[in-house]
Design a protein around this ligand. Structure first.
Ligand code: NAD
Ligand code: FES
Length: 286
């Protein structure tokens, strides 16, 4: 059992959870993730380790209530516990000195970007971070990212904070400015965002790394659930990733696989919200 030390709702459906997991806190590296299971029989959920405190023995996870299992996790209060936290899994981010880098985080993907941007800065890189969300209410971690980045640009689709539009708007401006052209771009967020960024940097031959979060089940390379096409090769995000050369990722295939269970997920999500009285919509008995 892994004790939940704190559980804060930081934006709509998004929780920051600090969990006691001393062995993982000591050994994890930026880019790695855990697979959590709230109770026996529940779905396994991959979550990037956003931060860790080896002395306190804690890890920080950002959990978006996007399905029934994640809704059940975020509904577990501080003092409660998670049955399984397996990890650290996946390969650590390749942190080197590139020179100038741009880190782009879309929506909840910003939580995954935080440890990556921090490690890149600590490696001496000049880090420009761009984060974007639907509105100011959905912007997360801007204070933390401002502290660790040389420059932070915020975008919102409704213009309620920062530049109006997608993250790709300021990115296009930076890529067009010879003084700001980076040696590498890192993208974490929705698949259409990462695909758009890969297209923008491909024509300029700028190395681009995308962090993928496909459906995962065992996290050990055995089940095949997380397979993605990277160039001509089938790779497993849990053991070969989660970071890949964005110019080689088959984003359309990834998108299809991620939407395979959407109908079932929506039904289960509604049922979970009904069970804990979180919806005003009529609940249908199954
Ligand atoms: P969202 O759909 O609200 O988008 C957030 C921002 O991403 C937008 O404001 C925009 O700036 C950018 N964006 C989205 N589509 C774009 C496009 N076509 N072109 C350019 N920019 C675009 O995001 P959300 O609902 O907060 O995030 C949820 C998504 O993030 C899920 O799909 C989830 O799978 C993904 N996610 C990915 C990771 C990862 O490791 N890659 C981690 C967590 C979440
Ligand atoms: Fe099963 Fe990656 S989650 S192979």
């Amino acid at each position: 059992m892994f004790k939940i030390i704190s559980n804060d709702n930081i934006s709509e459906n998004l929780h920051k959870m600090v969990v006691l997991a001393p062995r993982i806190a000591r050994s994890r590296k930026p880019g790695q993730f855990v697979i959590v299971r709230l109770t026996e029989g529940e779905e396994r959920i991959p979550l990037t380790i956003s931060d860790a405190d080896p002395e306190a023995g804690t890890i920080t996870l950002f959990v978006q209530a996007a399905g029934a299992s994640t809704r059940n996790i975020v509904s577990t209060e501080a003092g409660g516990s998670i049955r399984d936290v397996a990890g650290p899994l996946g390969n650590p981010s390749r942190i080197i000195f590139w020179g100038r880098v741009i880190c782009v985080g879309g929506g909840v993907g910003t939580a995954v970007l935080l440890p990556l941007a921090r490690a890149l800065r600590e490696a001496g890189n000049d880090v420009t971070t761009i984060i974007g969300a639907r509105s100011s209410r959905h912007i997360i971690l801007s204070d933390e990212l401002k502290r660790i980045s040389n420059a932070l640009i915020v975008t919102t689709e409704d213009g309620s904070l920062g530049t109006k539009g997608f993250v790709t708007t300021p990115l296009a401006n930076l890529l067009a400015d010879p003084e700001h052209v980076p040696q590498a771009v890192f993208a974490v967020g929705p698949v259409p965002m990462m695909k758009a960024i890969a297209e923008m940097t491909r024509i300029k031959a700028i190395e681009t790394i995308a962090s993928l979060n496909p459906i995962m089940i065992d996290g050990t390379g055995m089940c095949g659930g997380c397979r993605v096409m990277i160039g001509e090769e089938i790779r497993f995000a849990c053991v070969d990733g989660p970071e890949f050369n964005a110019h080689l990722v088959d984003f359309d295939g990834l998108s299809d696989r991620m939407s395979s269970y959407r109908a079932e997920e929506t039904l289960n999500f509604k049922a979970a919200e009904c069970k804990i009285g979180l919806t005003t919509k009529p609940c249908v008995k199954s």
